[in-house]
Design a protein around this ligand. Structure first.
Ligand code: NAD
Length: 281
């Protein structure tokens, strides 16, 4: 049972896979949810919740949804790689609307960022150090670039306006891991729900970035700001190791980089050479 926030919480992307899970879990814990999405909400509403259809492109509508809210769980938008023009409205303009609403309400933003904002970092091998959250952005497509933009929007709104924000660099959040890469990147639904609860209820966060994956021994990721919100994952992909090691291994580009298949999409740089001979950054 998590602490219940005093004010209502706005959940964008409520009708999506993660939004529905969060609506069910946090609603069952007695949270007062204001939920929105461009698509209808397919489940019974949690007690005390309100759902309003709205497009993230519609600034006044997002401002109205956020009225009186203490935090915005921002899970709406394009959630996979798409052409630039498709990503632009929901993920860039929409994010601006969310941050303006947060500024007006004095609300905290919890942003569903992605590992694809840093996907072109190589996977650690052997004794290589794991990647810290302060690493460079190395997006692996227009979707990942929009997530880097979102994290930087949080940096700007904290530095300039004091809007607190917690950026969750989500790995692969599914009911269970289904391929070799997810032995590193998987985040369980309960770990995500606990992470969101901690991000909303922590007394102070400033601007922070958290690797959102479960306690996987093959994780690519190291230091982050989780101590600020008091979150530790409780689940792990390790139990699937025997079943999944080797399943879904892809081509050389996919296997080399943390973003996996997203890095390989429309990759036109030529096949990577052996690791040490690869072109410098
Ligand atoms: N599932 C994962 O493993 C994962 C990994 C990294 C990041 N994320 C991020 O988490 C969030 C939720 O992911 P998901 O798997 O639930 O994705 P999803 O596609 O199931 O949900 C996204 C929701 O956003 C809504 N949406 C799209 N365009 C909109 C618009 N213009 N206005 C209002 N709503 C709009 C969609 O209708 C959908 O319900 C996304 O931001 C995604 O990028 C997810």
């Amino acid at each position: 049972m998590t602490m219940r926030p005093e004010k209502p919480i706005l959940l964008t992307g409520a009708s999506g896979a993660l939004g529905r899970m969060l609506a069910g879990t946090l609603g069952a814990e007695g949270w007062t949810l204001r939920m929105t999405d461009i698509a209808p909400f397919p489940d019974p509403l949690p007690p005390g919740a309100r759902f309003t259809r709205a497009d993230l492109n519609d600034g006044p509508a997002i401002l109205r949804q956020a009225e009186g809210c203490g935090a915005i769980l921002h899970f709406g938008g394009v959630s996979m790689e798409h052409p630039f023009e498709t990503v632009l409205g929901p993920n860039l303009r929409g994010l601006y609307h969310v941050y303006e609403a947060a500024r007006r309400e004095g609300a905290r933003v919890v942003f569903a960022s992605s590992n694809h904002s840093i996907g072109f970092h190589e996977r650690p091998q052997g004794n290589d150090p794991k990647l810290d959250a302060g690493c460079d952005f190395r997006p692996d497509g227009y979707y990942g670039l929009s997530k880097a933009y979102g994290e930087l929007m949080g940096r700007l709104y904290w530095d300039k306006h004091g809007v607190e924000n917690v950026n969750l660099r989500i790995g692969s959040c599914f009911p269970k891991p289904v391929n070799n890469r997810m032995l590193s990147t998987w985040l369980s639904y309960p770990d995500l729900a606990r992470l969101c609860a901690a991000a909303v209820t922590a007394p102070r966060t400033g601007h922070c970035v958290i690797w959102a994956c479960s306690n996987n021994s093959a994780s690519f990721w190291g230091k982050d700001h989780r101590d600020r919100i008091g979150w530790q994952p409780q689940d792990s992909a390790d139990a699937w190791h025997a079943e999944l090691a080797g399943r879904g291994l892809g081509d050389a580009v996919e296997e080399r980089y943390q973003g996996g298949g997203y890095c390989a999409m429309e990759y036109s740089r030529g096949m990577p050479s052996p690791r040490d001979a690869f072109a410098p950054e």
